[in-house]
Design a protein around this ligand. Structure first.
Ligand SMILES: Cc1ncc(COP(=O)(O)O)c(C=O)c1O
Length: 433
């Protein structure tokens, strides 16, 4: 328990009155956070939460890491923001670091201000280079909510938020949801879900690129190696570019620096965002090969793209991730989470899916039927976890996945703390129903 802010109620009342929040509120949300450290955040009333969202998958090195805070504070006294047409030392250094760590097929970094914008620039790059307009995206894919990114985001609910018909240049291709595979258990997978892929791509000869999260964040869907091999083969045969959206999967989240490394994929364009700024302001990254970069005329620079303080924060975060071996910890804690969650032997736990610390637990009415746990029970589980001091989000194609993506520095003791709460909550919600 932290110090309560004497103005806590007034702050919450002001939030309600002045802040636009165009989404539904689970019980207890929004949480107005006054302090954050490592994996724990404290609200204005002084209540602590274990943050299994890492501030929406941004604070991979933990909240307010002292090295990130110091780097940002130092930079504040040097240079804040300069035109993207010029540059700052941390911006150049961050580009250098990212390109050194990235797959060898991307050579140059272009900075913007966030994930959706980064994807929009990536789409521009692909279209300008290929001189083709169409983009394929994966069913269930999420690439952001601005109008351009929305066109390659699959969810109808999100697409409707555009308030206008979306362009017809973009189309969906199959994704791999192995737990619910129509063709049988994934041990016998013959990538049947991709049998229609070749014909779909052939029907759209104007396709410039496939944009994809290599491991899908909505529900934590990680396809088998042979699935990605086949998609990669089909797209290469047709000269279609691969845009890897590493906005959520990047910077260690999946137990590798970038998710493409799990599959040996070599994207032509790679995007980044979220933790790229170390939680300091915001950054978007669209990185591409030399060839694609040469053909790219941006239009103009995004005004605040590559902010010097954000770049200093991002650089410091990368250093912390590497120095403190957080990628190794992430892979280890992902395995620990998986084993410990299965060990609960709860009948509602249908699947536990972690790639590193990306993914979560899919809840079902019973394991054999895999019927999704209903909305009412899901809300009750979420609310009770919230009361128990667990900050989580619900995700998944059917809204029945507990998305559990803490900072990569989480410990096994903190995972045990969460699972002890989950065990109680699942039993009590089941008992009440
Ligand atoms: C995979 C992926 N792409 C793009 C975005 C959009 O990023 P932003 O919210 O910074 O615009 C997100 C955000 O959740 C994401 O997870």
């Amino acid at each position: 328990m932290g110090e309560p802010n004497p103005d806590a109620d007034a702050i919450e009342a002001a939030d309600l009155k002045y802040v636009m929040r165009p989404w539904t509120h689970p019980k207890g949300e929004p949480v107005i956070i006054a302090k954050a450290k490592g994996c724990v955040v404290t609200d204005v009333h002084g209540k602590d939460y274990l943050d299994l969202t890492a501030g929406y998958f941004v604070n991979n090195a933990g909240h307010c890491h002292p090295k990130i805070a110091e780097a940002a504070a130092r930079q504040v006294h040097e240079v804040l923001q300069v035109s993207g047409k010029h540059g700052s030392v941390p911006m150049v250094r961050l580009a250098e670091k990212l390109i050194t760590l990235a797959p060898k097929t991307v050579h140059k970094a272009f900075f913007s201000t966030g994930g959706s914008e980064a994807n929009e620039f990536a789409l521009k790059m692909a279209r300008q280079f290929k001189k083709k307009a169409d983009i394929a995206y994966l069913e269930n894919g999420y690439h952001g909510l601005t109008l351009g990114s929305l066109e390659v985001t699959a969810s109808e609910k999100y697409r409707e938020s555009a308030g206008k018909p979306l362009g017809t240049d973009n189309y969906a291709i199959p994704t791999a949801y192995c737990y619910r595979c129509k063709w049988g258990p994934n041990t016998t997978c013959k990538t049947e879900c991709l049998d229609s892929l070749g014909a779909k791509l052939d029907a759209r000869p104007n396709t410039a690129a496939i944009i994809a999260e290599i491991v899908q964040a909505v529900g934590g869907l990680a396809p088998p190696q042979k699935w990605w091999d086949r998609v990669d083969r089909e797209r290469k045969q047709r000269g279609i570019l691969l845009i890897a959206d590493e906005i959520q999967t990047g910077l260690g989240r999946t137990g590798k620096m970038f998710a493409v490394e799990h599959y040996g994929l070599e994207p032509d364009i790679m995007t980044g965002g979220k933790g790229l700024c170390g939680g300091v302001g915001s950054l978007g990254l669209s990185a591409a090969s030399d060839e694609i970069s040469k053909a790219f005329f941006g239009g103009t620079t995004p005004t605040n793209g590559g902010n010097a303080v954000s770049c200093a924060g991002g650089l410091a975060m990368l250093e912390v991730i590497l120095e403190e071996k957080l990628i190794e910890n992430c892979a280890k804690m992902g395995r620990y989470f998986t084993e410990a969650a299965w060990a609960l032997k709860d009948p509602w736990i249908g699947d536990v899916r972690f790639t590193g610390l990306l993914g979560g637990i899919e809840l079902v009415r019973q394991r054999e039927s895999k019927d999704v746990l209903g909305k009412a029970e899901m809300s009750a589980v979420k609310d009770a976890l919230h009361d128990a001091g667990m900050l989580i989000t619900i995700s998944g194609l059917h809204g029945n996945v507990l998305r559990l993506q803490p900072p990569l520095s989480i410990t096994s003791a903190q995972i045990d703390q969460f699972l002890a709460a989950l065990r109680k909550v699942l039993n009590s919600v089941r008992g009440a129903g």
